[in-house]
Design a protein around this ligand. Structure first.
Ligand SMILES: [Zn+2]
Length: 216
């Protein structure tokens, strides 16, 4: 165990677990700060307080993981991650981070296409979501979008799959992202908008959806 590896007991797995072509690989942003675009909520169930809670949530990583630099909320083009609101994400899902992968046949390399989409629901099964839960979900999904792709098995970690009785974030969350950003990424990022001029890229991208955060 090196100084940059806190060990699996103090962090969790950050690698992709699907699809097959990228299992065991990881991605992290190499260009800082991560450009994050917040699209104002325009669906049923929007509130100003809810949107502010989302912004507080995504800023969690800016405040607590200075290792990789500052995250800014920007409306400029092109973003790395785009926040969108939906009235419902189906079932008991509150948030989800979606990425697409493309394959470059020339380099035999898979790429994570930007922007990633961070979706937040304004309702779950027709009911509003309180500010605390919304903030937590936004931080959780931003963790996925930053490269913490798998879930922690431990309740009490931000990256646990279920929204239960959490009130704080854990040291394991910080250790995990520090570990990720202290290692070279297996999957580079590439802007989706640039694909049209890159014939070496496969036409059909593979959609990868992070495990969503669920209500119990
Ligand atoms: Zn999740």
């Amino acid at each position: 165990m090196s100084a940059t590896d806190p060990g699996l007991d103090l962090r969790y797995n950050v690698e992709f677990t699907s699809p097959d072509v990228v299992i065991g690989k990881k991605f992290s942003w190499s260009q800082m700060p991560v450009k994050l675009r917040h699209n104002s909520c325009a669906v049923a169930g929007c509130t100003t307080a809810g949107q502010n809670a989302v912004l507080r949530g995504v800023q969690f990583w800016q405040k607590n993981a200075t290792l990789y630099g500052e995250i800014q909320t920007t409306y400029g083009e092109p973003p790395d991650v785009e926040i969108v609101y939906e009235n419902s994400l189906g079932g008991n899902v509150i948030g989800i981070c979606k990425a697409k992968l493309a394959y470059n046949s020339a380099t035999r390399q898979y790429y994570v296409l930007t922007p990633l989409t961070l979706s937040i629901a304004t309702t779950v099964q027709g009911l509003p979501i309180n500010e605390r839960d919304t903030e937590f979900v936004a931080a959780h999904e931003m963790g996925h979008c930053l490269g913490l792709w798998d879930h922690s098995p431990k309740d009490g970690d931000l990256m646990n799959a279920y929204l239960t009785s959490k009130t704080t974030y854990s040291a394991r969350d910080i250790n995990s992202i520090r570990w990720l950003y202290s290692h070279n990424s297996d999957l580079p990022t590439y802007p989706a908008s640039a694909l049209a001029s890159q014939n070496a890229f496969a036409e059909g991208a593979i959609t990868v959806t992070s495990p969503p955060l669920l209500t119990p």
